[in-house]
Design a protein around this ligand. Structure first.
Ligand code: SF4
Ligand code: SF4
Length: 361
């Protein structure tokens, strides 16, 4: 059987790596804004194909990693309430907050269930009229429209036992916060493929206007190497702009229908990001007409942010200021089996990617 995935073709990868090496005549630093890019670069060993002058650093691109400890505490508090079932994606179970994780809440008797979509959580609420189901809405603009659609469906079904703890985050405000923060010494961004299917290319323009190259990139080795080459060409031409490498999935205008559903149900609110602090208008909350689906309001949850665990460098890792092995806890007190910080929990987290594929100890 002969099946050659064109996006994993080793010969094409080598060709791209050679072109990159030729063009990369000075040290450059690109940040990947997506956890899946972080994971793909590590999994495919792409760093070994790149010249030492080209460095990729991870940014705040994994929705699990950037969920704040206080938000995890809210979820844990929900799981401790009588008659409440928390429905969550599996990768949230072990993320530590100040009051432990959802997995620990479950071992204390909390009803925490893993679902694969927001609609599954609606089905769960429909199947259990005697319980109240709270779904943890997590992810960037990729998943927020599906959570909004789930709320609309619950409304259409007349369900009064379904709500969402909305932990969704918006990518453009985080990008703006990075650009307005301390100089990260970056030359460009590898922009997220999935998020961009919804938001399109325009939101990255603010980075290009500040002289940073931007390429919206796919997730296979050929995509990432082609994206790196496009970034280098922009720098070489002295014309930073926003380009789309991942044209098979991303259109410049994004997906206006998905944005419309998201904006129908949610409005932007200030939100806490793990490692980045509070960022204006970077989270989502149900609009007043959907308040009965807002778990934070329905259950009167408070948000207070506990301090980061002592020694944890997640905040710096998420801003590209530290590499995972620079954290004294990396691979010692903090491992995928026993994570101290969120970057070690999510499979898209920078520390987990380093630990799994680079075998740094
Ligand atoms: S949701 Fe998609 S775009 Fe966002 S971090 Fe995950 S893979 Fe990347
Ligand atoms: S090794 Fe653990 S504690 Fe250190 S930065 Fe990574 S996730 Fe945080």
């Amino acid at each position: 059987m002969k099946h050659v995935d064109p996006y994993r073709d080793p010969a094409l990868c080598r060709e791209l790596a050679q072109a990159i090496a030729k063009l990369c005549r000075r040290p450059v630093r690109f940040m990947e804004l997506c956890g899946t890019h972080t994971m793909a670069i590590a999994r495919h060993g792409l760093a070994s194909l790149l010249p030492p002058t080209l460095e990729f650093v991870s940014g705040p691109g994994c929705p699990v990693c950037v969920t704040s400890a206080g938000q995890i505490d809210q979820a844990v508090a929900l799981a401790g309430l009588d008659g409440v079932s928390v429905a969550t994606f599996g990768d949230m179970l072990r993320v530590p907050g100040g009051q432990g994780s959802l997995a620990q809440a479950r071992s204390r008797g909390g009803d925490v269930r893993v679902v694969y979509s927001a609609m599954d959580a609606v089905d769960l609420a429909q199947a259990m009229p005697g319980r109240r189901v709270a779904f943890l809405g997590i992810g960037f603009e990729t998943t927020a429209p599906t959570t909004a659609a789930a709320i609309l469906r619950a409304q259409a079904l007349g369900l009064d036992n379904f709500s969402v703890l909305c932990l969704h985050k918006l990518m453009p405000p985080a990008l703006a916060a990075l650009l307005d923060g301390p100089d990260l010494g970056l030359d460009g961004f590898l922009c997220p493929g999935h998020v961009s299917t919804v938001i399109g290319a325009a939101p990255y323009q603010i980075a290009a206007e500040r002289g940073l190259a931007c390429v919206i990139c796919g997730f296979e080795p050929v995509d990432i190497l082609a994206g790196a080459l496009m970034l280098l060409r922009q720098l070489d031409e002295g014309r930073p702009r926003v380009e789309i490498q991942y044209a098979r999935a991303v259109e410049a205008q994004g997906n206006p229908r998905a944005r419309a559903v998201m904006n129908q149900v949610f409005a932007a609110v200030d939100a806490p990001w793990r490692g980045l602090g509070w960022i204006a208008a970077s989270g989502l909350a149900a609009r007043p007409e959907f308040a009965s689906f807002d778990a934070a309001k329905v259950f009167g949850l408070d948000l207070s942010e506990p301090p980061e665990p002592p020694g944890c460098l997640c905040g710096q890792v998420l801003r590209g200021l530290a590499r995972p092995p620079q954290c004294a806890l990396f691979g010692r007190a903090c491992t995928p089996e026993s994570p101290v910080g969120p970057c070690m929990v999510s499979s898209e987290g920078a520390c987990a990617a380093w630990r799994s594929y680079r075998r740094e100890d």
